[in-house]
Design a protein around this ligand. Structure first.
Ligand SMILES: [Zn+2]
Length: 417
């Protein structure tokens, strides 16, 4: 069926190939055209089906020279606002130091918490804005950022404020997630229930009042918080009308994914140790599985997530950078695509769906982001590739020509209008 023609076109891309990422497939249209009106996609189809008068009337006609257009990447899991640096720890680990030894010397997540608490809002913003700019140049047009390096009310609010500022100042779309229950902060040794009380009774109500996070995340793991503590945070979040996400089953089977499913979580993330029973619950409650191959790679893990189980149960699989200073300092979605294929055995199509429409599902944004469809936001990337699989295959290369966000062109290397 042909699409209805728009009355007005602001930008028209012609001589392109589309991978629309609809119907759980690449859904390719070759020799295509794509029209943008205002902030949204107003027409897609074969170029020959587009009447000539619409081409001539268009203000901004862009000949794509047989390039490919895909929806912009949705990076649905990052922790990219942090203070300090951990590259010294990376070097220590290469020389044989264990995580425990690094911790004893004041390293690990607590060095980031300390540096983040000591940093001004400006300093955090300046550091984070470089990371956001790098991701945007990689074709990411929607991004999730979690708090979680403050672990006290003042610093968690400071982090969420920085995330809000980044969203206001950058063209790409940013979703903020509150991850107060990321790690047990100093001062709460042997009192993790006391810290969870602080999260549920003080932090969450403040965050709801200020409206600065849409979702709440927890790290449910033997080195972090228990299933009961996770449940308490979820109950409070649900009562406040906030969405739920979970760091689940990264290092052991804590049964967190099953709990998150009962709370209709948007996503469960990591999932290396996911059991069949928990996966079935995720499927029943339409929870997206977010796989994070960067963390698997940096931690030299060996237990892979059960991708066959996810496939069999038709659970949407998203992939993401997990950009953070400790376990995944990965600033590239194309690198993640390659890792998802090489480390987790995803097909190129699955990896690309994971970085687009399924990333959008993991954030509850699938109505407006993540695929090329009439009426959706015109968040697009024009790639100089022969086939979409090149984005997974050409490791280290980002053959990006142009990024379009809500109809606006933001990065133009060599396309001639
Ligand atoms: Zn994470």
């Amino acid at each position: 069926m042909k699409s209805p023609l728009p009355d007005k076109i602001d930008t028209l891309f012609i001589n392109c190939n589309l991978a629309t990422m609809t119907g759980n497939a690449l859904s390719i249209i070759k020799k295509a055209a794509l029209a943008v009106t205002g902030k949204t996609i107003s027409w897609i189809g074969r170029e020959k089906d587009l009447p000539v008068h619409l081409k001539t009337k268009c203000q901004n006609l862009i000949d794509c020279d047989n390039s490919w257009i895909l929806p912009g990447f949705v990076d649905c899991h990052t922790h990219l606002v942090w203070g300090g640096s951990r590259s010294n720890e990376f070097e220590m680990r290469l020389k044989g130091a264990t995580y425990g030894e690094i911790s004893k010397k004041g390293g690990g997540i607590f060095s980031t918490v300390k540096a983040t608490r000591n940093a001004s809002k400006n300093e955090l913003y300046n550091q984070a804005s470089k990371r956001v700019a790098a991701l945007q140049k990689q074709g990411i047009t929607s991004l999730e950022i979690k708090s979680g390096y403050g672990l006290n009310l003042e610093t968690e609010l400071k982090l969420l404020d920085v995330i809000k500022l980044l969203d206001e100042n950058f063209p790409l779309h940013i979703e903020a997630t509150f991850l107060g229950a990321h790690a047990l902060p100093p001062g709460f040794a042997n009192n993790s229930d006391g810290y969870i009380d602080l999260v549920t009774d003080t932090m969450l109500p403040q965050i709801k009042t200020q409206g600065i996070a849409k979702a709440v995340d927890v790290f449910c793991e033997k080195i972090a918080f228990t299933l009961d503590q996770t449940k308490k945070v979820f109950e409070t979040a649900k009562n406040l009308g906030l969405n739920i996400k979970l760091h689940a089953e990264q290092l052991s089977d804590s049964k967190g994914a099953a709990l998150a499913a009962q709370f209709n979580a948007l996503s469960c993330d990591h999932l290396e140790y996911l059991s069949l029973d928990s996966a079935k619950k995720m499927a029943r409650h339409h929870v997206t599985a977010v796989l994070l191959p960067g963390a698997f790679y940096f931690l030299k893990e060996t237990q892979k997530p059960p991708v066959d189980t996810l496939r069999n149960l038709k659970i949407p699989i998203a992939v993401s950078t997990d950009l953070n200073p400790g376990s995944s300092p990965v600033h590239s979605m194309t690198l993640v695509l390659n890792m998802a294929c090489m480390l987790f055995d995803l097909t190129c199509e699955e990896a690309l769906l994971g970085a687009t429409i399924n990333g959008a599902k993991a954030l509850g944004l699938e109505q407006t982001k993540g695929s090329v469809k009439i009426g959706k936001d015109a968040d697009l990337v024009i790639w100089d590739i022969d086939t979409p699989a090149d984005l997974c295959y050409l490791a280290g290369l980002t053959p990006l020509k142009m990024v379009v966000i809500q109809g606006k062109i933001h990065h133009d290397n060599n396309l001639k209008p």
